[in-house]
Ligand binder design. Structure first.
Ligand code: FES
Ligand code: FES
Length: 171
């Protein structure tokens, strides 16, 4: 990390190295920049959605160091020297991740706004808890809200993906 000199009324900025979807970036940010804005505005990764802005809805969920975080309340600075995974980094070329495929196969989306955050949180879930129970899924996913209320299909998709991943791995 380097900190640029702030002259006059200029707002202080700093350079931080962040790895996003396997690619290292050196980003010029302000100390207060939020990860959701850096991802969307600097890197064009608009799959990460912003909605409530107060860590309630989960639309902005990304994985940092493998753990789900709300990018709307997570400073970009906090992600320095860490690995960030967004929905754009989950597929391998044209091959969808099993969680993405399960959401399609089970029609677990309607408007799709919550879907990137749901899929990333669910991916972290099955990495932590292979073949989770229904109760475990509901507990882990409680921070992700679907305004279309498609929870039954989402639950089925996560269960199906967990089976596939437990059997075949993530690829
Ligand atoms: S926009 Fe971040 S939790 Fe809702
Ligand atoms: S599919 Fe519309 S908010 Fe979840």
């Amino acid at each position: 990390m380097t900190v640029a000199a702030a002259g006059g009324n200029a707002r202080p900025t700093m350079d931080v190295a962040v790895t996003v979807n396997g690619r290292r970036h050196v980003l010029r940010i302000e100390p207060c920049d939020l990860l959701v804005d850096t991802l969307r505005d600097q890197l064009g990764l608009t799959g990460t959605k912003r909605s409530c802005d107060v860590q309630v809805c989960g639309a902005c969920t990304v994985l940092v160091g493998g753990a789900p975080v709300s990018a709307c309340t997570y400073l970009t600075y906090e992600a320095r020297d860490k690995e960030v995974l967004t929905i754009e980094g989950l597929a391998q070329g044209d091959a969808l991740h099993p969680m993405q495929q399960a959401f399609i196969d089970h029609a677990a989306l309607q408007c799709g706004f919550c879907t990137p955050g749901m899929i990333l949180a669910a991916t972290a879930l099955v990495r932590e808890h292979p073949r989770p129970s229904v109760a475990a899924i509901k507990h882990y996913m409680r921070g992700n809200i679907c305004r279309c209320t498609g929870y039954k299909k989402i639950l089925e998709a996560i269960q199906a993906a967990a089976e596939v991943i437990a059997r075949d791995g993530e690829r």
